[in-house]
Design a protein around this ligand. Structure first.
Ligand code: 5RP
Length: 240
């Protein structure tokens, strides 16, 4: 089995959290895309859901599959969001934003009663930080913002390259919100909460890719099968 198969397995397991009539948040990335694909198949056989996508890419995929879509303005509270992650630890703390959708992903996740993270086992880490932390930043004052991030990170013992993400055309990557992404290679983040608090002090940082206290369940698939990390009680007997 390949990483792709494990992503699909995790996505399949997440479907057991979906119930008829639910309002769903749809994540972004290759793992979330597998969930959207499977959800589309269920919709075609009669499942009734209404979904808020976390990116333009996911909106386009879901629309093509005939999944009924809404916005957070029309549907401000959701029952469940299913999304991927770049890293997660045993406490369900995450790094997200590898796909550049972290701001919408966080807004949608926080608007959801339950958040299920799906991933292959390469994403599960003891300590967050192997994956450079993405930060969504406004283009104005980029150098000053970068400097302040570096200073505040150093104050809590974190150092490393801070890189402006670029697209395949070499131009600075633009998020769906017209912002840039700074990827911060700080290495092991022993105290993610302290880093999140520090980043909130930087005016040009719109949002960080640290998702702390947001995920309720992690579904991780790998060569040894599917592992479920749960911060809540779960019942896999629910009808899909
Ligand atoms: C996008 C994300 C994705 O969830 C994350 O990058 C994981 O993507 P993939 O499933 O392709 O590995 O946070 O902003």
């Amino acid at each position: 089995m390949s990483t792709d198969d494990w992503k699909r397995q995790a996505a399949e397991q997440a479907l057991s959290f979906v119930e008829d009539g639910m309002k769903l948040g749809l994540g972004t990335g290759s793992t979330a895309a597998k969930f959207v694909e499977l959800l589309g198949a269920r919709v075609r056989t009669g499942l009734k859901v209404i979904c808020v996508p976390t990116s333009e890419a996911t909106r386009i995929q879901a629309a093509a599959l005939g999944i009924p879509l809404s916005t957070l303005d029309e549907t401000p509270s959701l029952d469940l969001t299913v999304d991927g992650a770049d890293e997660l630890d045993e406490d369900l703390r995450l790094i997200k934003g590898g796909g550049g959708a972290l701001l919408r992903e966080k807004i949608v996740a926080v608007a959801s009663e339950r958040v299920v993270i799906i991933a292959d086992n390469s994403k599960l880490v003891d300590v967050l930080g192997r994956f450079p932390l993405p930060l969504e930043v406004v283009p104005f004052g980029l150098r000053a913002t970068e400097g302040l991030i570096g200073k505040l990170a150093a104050d809590i013992g974190l150092e490393g390259d801070i890189t402006l993400r670029r697209g395949t055309d070499g131009k600075p990557f633009l998020t769906d919100n017209g912002n840039h992404i700074l990827d911060c290679a700080f290495g092991s983040i022993d105290d993610p909460e302290a880093l999140e608090d520090a980043l909130k002090l930087v005016p040009g940082v719109v949002e960080s890719g640290l998702f702390l206290g947001i995920a309720d369940v992690g579904i991780i698939a790998g060569p040894k099968g599917v592992e479920v990390l749960a911060g809540i009680e779960i019942d896999f007997e629910e009808d899909v």
